[in-house]
Unconditional design. Structure first.
Length: 193
């Protein structure tokens, strides 16, 4: 497995509709904004569109602009399974592993918006967007957690987490996965978009 870093932003959407289809689509606008829309068929009050400014993340980055959605689906025995949902800016179809999945079939899940960038590019963002003190704080957060354990994020360093919770700041998390294991190392970052 390639050594990717993920920058994941805290846009968490809950979809728990047993009776309605949920359609997820994404679209880039001039590399400056990602619009992610959630359409709940028959329930317009539960539909939502998120506009995410991502231009700063794409400065000096590679042209491979792939969005990763981590989502949780509940299978028949009520256990939880985490998988990766991958698609690019020119397609609206969902690819899980090598399979193409109809978005209408996805009913119960949670997901987070993410962007794939390399280790070098991630380091450059850290240097540009964080002070030396904060970088030391980030480097001190090396807890290994399961990729699906969202609830544990704020427990890693509550003071650091709360310090960057202002509305104009975007709190992100950087992950590195050095092998095929599900455990990852986590670092928190602050990005002003």
């Amino acid at each position: 497995m390639k050594n990717y870093w993920y920058v994941l932003f805290l846009f968490l959407i809950n979809c728990k509709s047993q009776k309605h289809d949920v359609i997820i689509k994404s679209k880039f606008y001039d590399d400056k904004q990602l619009t992610l829309s959630k359409t709940v068929v028959g329930k317009p009050e539960d539909s939502i569109a998120l506009n995410v400014p991502v231009g700063l993340l794409f400065e000096n980055l590679s042209s491979e602009k792939v969005v990763i959605l981590n989502y949780k689906t509940f299978i028949q025995n009520n256990s939880e399974s985490w998988r990766h949902l991958v698609f690019n800016e020119n397609k609206e179809e969902f690819k899980i592993d090598k399979e193409v999945v109809n978005p209408h079939q996805i009913r119960n899940f949670k997901f987070i918006i993410g962007l794939i960038i390399s280790r070098k590019e991630a380091d450059n963002i850290l240097k540009k967007k964080n002070s030396e003190k904060d970088i030391n704080t980030l480097n001190g957060i090396k807890d290994s957690i399961n990729v699906g354990n969202i609830s544990e994020f704020s427990k890693l360093n509550p003071d650091f987490f709360s310090r960057y919770s202002k509305p104009k700041d975007s709190i992100g998390f950087m992950f590195v996965n050095d092998d095929d294991k599900k455990n990852i190392k986590i670092k928190m970052i602050k990005l002003k978009l």
